[in-house]
Design a protein around this ligand. Structure first.
Ligand code: C2E
Ligand code: CA
Ligand code: CA
Ligand code: CA
Length: 281
């Protein structure tokens, strides 16, 4: 038993050391990453569940560093957030999105272009309304219209003055933005939440979608969320749909939109343009 305990400890420390090294490496390269704008964006289609028609794309950040290689957002976004670098990362991201959308619009007929592009906001952006306003001004000054943007937020971002945030979100909707509640079904999501904050769309997290095929209770849960969301006038996106059987179930349950590897993985702008062109051939 003692031996066993020792092994477990060894595994624990080596895992931790690896994490600390990773954190150190990322923290050390982040300022250069920002200065040289080593970030780029991939775009994942969101389609209308029944017709299969492209309705939106989600912009997902990518970071390539010459020493570290590709670093996934799950590894660096929270570090950037914790160390006061997220605003700069978000501005790099915005620049990329503006350029990419210009190119996409140039190369595709207007009728083939996605209606909206979803961008992921960070917690600290929502917490500081003045900064967020400045960020959105930058977006609009670069030629993007609020009516072509969806802002994805998560509920754990909505801490602080709830009343003030709700008022501000209402103003954004009035200006033409769509607001999506991301990762619904993770964390402390409660159904009553959906009625309280002004959003147009709910995104059901992959962990919510994964078990629907094999689990009757889970199916009822998803079906219940869909009904409630619809009764509140919200649209629902199912995230992380990987199998046709999941898509078929979701269509039967009345899910509005689908996003996932079954449809397409996140793609570089040129790939996305090709993908859209092929769909419409
Ligand atoms: P998210 O917003 O929930 O984005 C969805 C994630 O699920 C993406 O991972 C996407 O590639 C992945 N995904 C989509 N369909 C499938 C599927 O069928 N199967 C599987 N296994 N995965 C699927 P990604 O691109 O690695 O992004 C991870 C997270 O990083 C995002 O989760 C988001 O929270 C954050 N993130 C990404 N880009 C940005 C950004 O520009 N700004 C901020 N603040 N956060 C970002
Ligand atoms: Ca998202
Ligand atoms: Ca999500
Ligand atoms: Ca997520």
């Amino acid at each position: 038993a003692k031996q066993n305990g020792k092994n477990r400890f060894a595994r624990f420390t080596s895992g931790n050391t690896q994490k600390i090294t990773e954190l150190y490496n990322i923290l050390q390269r982040l300022p250069d990453g920002i200065a040289n704008c080593e970030f780029s964006m991939n775009y994942q289609p969101i389609i209308h569940a029944r017709t299969g028609k492209l309705v939106a794309i989600e912009a997902l950040i990518r970071w390539h560093n010459k020493d570290l290689g590709w670093i996934p957002p799950d590894k660096f976004i929270h570090i950037a957030e914790a160390h006061g670098k997220i605003t700069q990362v978000q501005y790099c991201m915005l620049n990329c999105v503006c350029q990419d959308l210009q190119e996409i619009k140039l190369k595709l007929p207007q009728t083939d272009c996605p209606i909206r592009t979803a961008i992921n906001l960070s917690g600290s952006q929502i917490a500081d309304i003045e900064h967020l306003n400045q960020y959105l001004s930058t977006l609009e000054n670069q030629g993007l219209s609020p009516t072509e943007i969806t802002l994805e937020i998560t509920e754990n971002m909505l801490v602080g003055d709830a009343k003030e945030i709700v008022e501000y979100l209402n103003e954004l909707i009035h200006r033409g933005y769509a607001i999506a509640l991301d990762d619904f079904g993770t964390g402390y999501s409660s159904l009553s939440y959906l009625a309280r904050i002004p959003i147009s769309t709910v995104k059901l997290d992959k962990s919510f979608i994964d078990p629907i095929e094999n689990n009757k209770a889970q199916m009822s849960l998803v079906s219940g969320v869909l009904q409630l969301a619809h009764s509140l006038g919200l649209k629902v996106v199912a995230e992380g749909v990987e199998h046709a059987s999941q898509r078929n179930l979701l269509i039967d349950m009345g899910c509005d939109y689908i996003q996932g590897y079954l449809i397409a993985k996140p793609m570089a702008p040129e790939e996305l343009i090709k993908w859209i062109s092929l769909q419409n051939e």
